[in-house]
Design a protein around this ligand. Sequence first.
Ligand SMILES: [Cu+2]
Length: 66
Amino acid sequence: MANTVLKVEGMTCGHCVSSVEKAVKNAGASGKVDLASKKVTVDYDETKVSLDAVKAAIEDQGYDVV
Ligand SMILES: [Cu+2]
């Protein structure tokens, strides 16, 4: 398993947190958002899930991975 912390801009409330966590989950990974620091901790199996796919899933929801 791999673990990466992404910085994500545009999250402002609990709805954003759940949208991002859901997007990460739908991409096949597990995400935990820290709203105050705008960080998303992503746990994933790098043999099955690419980090680019996780980032794309977050951006598809309208947030920016920086
Ligand atoms: Cu929000």
